[in-house]
Design a protein around this ligand. Structure first.
Ligand SMILES: [Mn+2]
Length: 363
């Protein structure tokens, strides 16, 4: 059997003030084509499909389009759970109606847990859908009467899954959690303060494959049987070295065989560059991907050089988010004083910073 695992689409997100809907549309189009090529038996979307509880209209329209192309046009069953960014009740909307059409959307924790059975030519599996929930909600659903940690809440849900799972099917879990030992990025919202959100990897012991969402870097745990597919796009500068992808999972008769990452190629990449302003601008004419999101760390000493002044004036003012005032003030005094690299780290992310002075003047 083959499953296509993805997570953390964060539809509706912006990147330093830039709406990412076109970037998300671009990679989701690749994702839909990939699904058509790979012909998975099911698609798993492991939470944070939206960036916030009340997503903007274009994000809702984009999800509607993508799910329609998968479920209606390709007839591939989809199992989608809520992450910590999603509204559980809004993800639940239409759930019972849509399950009959091949779209299983689960927003809230329930017992018995929601699942989806797949009967393919080459195997049968049960996909258990465990949306993100605060431990207090899990405690309420299971009527434990005592407070729970994130680890205990997940353990409780997995105990339930193992107890109810039919022996003649492979077991798949879709969950949204922070698993111990995994690597975080700068764009995930903490589930709670101080690391108390960690869930041990062995919580998922005995499950043939666990499709995780939450952490934005694609990564394996438990030899690949527990895996984060990673986010759709790079949502922070810390993710510049990542290669974003979706995961194809192959299962044999007896269970997990292997995973394969299928890269997504972004419309605009996130890159980190470093050097003096003059050097960066000199590279501009030969720059291939000038519309990327570029994080520039400027070498301050060199920016004080007289030769940098004309180039600095040519930069659009909005290039200096967070330090615009400083920059504008300095330019007004006809003296170039740029933020220290440490300060630049927090704001100087701009598309198309590689404008030549001539280009900037013509706009
Ligand atoms: Mn996320």
């Amino acid at each position: 059997m083959r499953l296509l695992h993805t997570a953390d689409w964060h539809l509706g997100r912006s990147f330093h003030g830039h709406n990412l809907v076109e970037d998300q549309t671009h990679v989701l189009d690749q994702f839909v084509k990939l699904a058509l090529d790979l012909r998975p038996d099911a698609v798993l979307i492991a939470g944070d499909v939206y960036d916030r509880m009340t997503p903007p209209e274009d994000a809702v329209a984009l999800l509607d389009l993508v799910l329609t192309r998968l479920v209606v046009e390709q007839r591939v069953p989809v199992c989608l759970i809520a992450g910590n960014h999603d509204s559980p009740e809004r993800i639940n909307f239409g759930g019972q109606l849509l399950t009959k059409s091949g779209l299983t959307m689960v927003g809230t924790t329930r017992t018995p847990a929601a699942y989806l059975d797949i009967d393919a030519k080459n195997g049968r599996c049960r996909i258990h859908a465990l949306p993100y929930a605060e431990p207090a909600k899990v405690a309420a659903v299971f009527a434990t009467g005592t407070a729970m940690s994130h680890a205990e809440a997940m353990q409780r849900q997995l105990d339930h899954v193992r107890a109810t799972h039919p022996a003649d099917r492979l077991s798949i879990v879709v969950a949204h959690a922070f698993v111990q030992g995994a690597t975080e990025s700068e764009s995930e919202r903490q589930l709670c303060i101080g690391g108390a959100d960690r869930v041990p990897t062995n919580t998922f012991a005995g499950i043939h494959y666990t499709a995780l969402g939450h952490l934005h870097k694609p990564q394996d745990l438990a030899d690949g049987r527990v895996r984060y597919s990673g986010s759709l796009l790079k949502y922070s500068v810390s993710e510049a070295p990542h290669e974003k992808s979706v995961t194809l999972v192959e299962l044999g008769k007896d269970g997990f065989v292997r995973t394969e990452a299928h890269p997504l190629s972004p419309r605009r990449n996130v890159r980190v560059i470093e050097g003096s302003l003059a050097t960066l601008l000199a590279r501009a004419p030969s720059e291939q991907n000038r519309h990327d999101y570029v994080h520039a760390t400027l070498d301050r000493r060199r920016h004080r050089a007289r030769s940098d002044r004309p180039a600095a004036r040519a930069l659009p003012e909005h290039s200096w988010r967070g330090s615009k005032a400083t920059c504008a003030r300095s330019l007004g005094r006809r003296r170039c004083s740029f933020p220290r690299p440490a300060a630049a780290h927090h704001g100087a992310v701009v598309p198309a910073i590689f404008r030549t002075p001539r280009e900037a003047a013509s706009q």
